[in-house]
Ligand binder design. Structure first.
Ligand SMILES: NC(=O)c1ccc[n+]([C@@H]2O[C@H](COP(=O)([O-])OP(=O)(O)OC[C@H]3O[C@@H](n4cnc5c(N)ncnc54)[C@H](O)[C@@H]3O)[C@@H](O)[C@H]2O)c1
Length: 265
């Protein structure tokens, strides 16, 4: 499985799953453009990839803002000569019972998790489709979640956003296919992943009184998966690598669930 000759843009690439994705893609031969709102961490991940012989550059990019999208995608084309893969990974999490949610919090989360992903599709397809400035088709991989598949108390707003990403993925897969753009679109649905967001989620569940403490939350989340596992960022990066690669040539509109069978039991 390799990405030789491909150029990939990954949002939220300064840490967690996004960082694992760019490191994995670079090792597989892709040139990578890292976007994130955290410059210091993003620059340092890009530098580490270059130190290992990879091709990487960081762009300060807030996925919820439209002007930034043009800049980061054009950077891929001018710096590395194309745009073949977009991974819409950036997202924020928010845990709150629905009776207490605020309009401000809903709008802030939706701006990154839904609007940002929609804008990514808009600006990527314009460049990737035949006749676009990159013009050789491509693959879009969207990070949804098991929260986009099943209900969880305290995750109403986050789940609404991840459910939206799941169906946006299918709509885009059909639209880009029918219009002959040569662009595949798929979503990944992780269960708990051991990242900053994963740790915050467990802490928030404890604060809502759903678990005794952080250890109890972790143990119960693990036990909820028949395989008895949680994911590492690398597990999700491996799934993204497959969907981005030509081995997935006929795979589009699908949802790749990485949850140790949690949502099928
Ligand atoms: N960690 C989990 O348990 C888990 C489970 C299922 C799905 N996911 C999804 O996987 C993806 C990555 O999650 P993670 O665990 O690595 O999260 P994380 O919080 O550890 O990392 C997210 C990265 O996105 C960046 N980011 C936040 N807002 C941004 C914005 N507006 N523009 C650009 N970058 C921004 C952050 O700075 C950070 O570097 C997210 O879409 C998340 O919803 C995570």
């Amino acid at each position: 499985m390799n990405l030789q000759g491909k150029v990939a843009v990954v949002t939220g690439a300064a840490g967690g799953i996004g960082e694992a994705v760019v490191r994995t893609f670079a090792r597989a031969g892709a040139a990578v453009v890292l976007g994130d709102v955290r410059s210091e961490q993003g620059e340092s991940v890009a530098a580490a990839i270059r130190a290992e012989g990879g091709r990487a550059t960081f762009v300060l990019h807030d996925a919820s803002r439209e002007d930034g999208w043009e800049r980061i995608l054009d950077e891929a084309i001018t710096e590395f000569g194309g745009l073949d893969v977009l991974v819409n990974n950036a997202a924020i999490e928010q845990t709150c019972f629905l009776e207490n949610i605020t309009l401000e919090d809903i709008e802030a989360l939706m701006a990154v998790n839904v609007t940002g992903v929609l804008l990514g599709h808009k600006h990527a397809v314009r460049r990737m489709k035949p006749g676009g400035t990159a013009g050789r088709g491509g693959a879009i991989v969207n990070l949804s979640s098991v929260a986009g598949l099943i209900g969880t108390p305290g995750l109403g707003v986050y789940s609404a956003s991840k459910g939206a990403v799941r169906l946006l993925t299918k709509a885009a897969a059909v639209e880009f296919g029918r219009l002959g753009h040569g662009i595949r679109v798929n979503s990944i649905h992780p269960g708990l992943v051991e990242t900053e967001m994963g740790a915050k989620l467990l802490g928030d569940f404890v604060a809502l009184g759903m678990f005794k403490d952080q250890d109890d939350a972790y143990a119960q989340m693990k036990a909820a998966s028949p395989l008895g596992v949680t994911s590492l960022p690398q597990d999700i990066a491996n799934a993204a690598l497959y969907l981005a690669s030509d081995l997935a040539r006929t795979v589009s509109g699908t949802e790749l669930v990485c949850d140790g069978a949690m949502t099928v039991s």
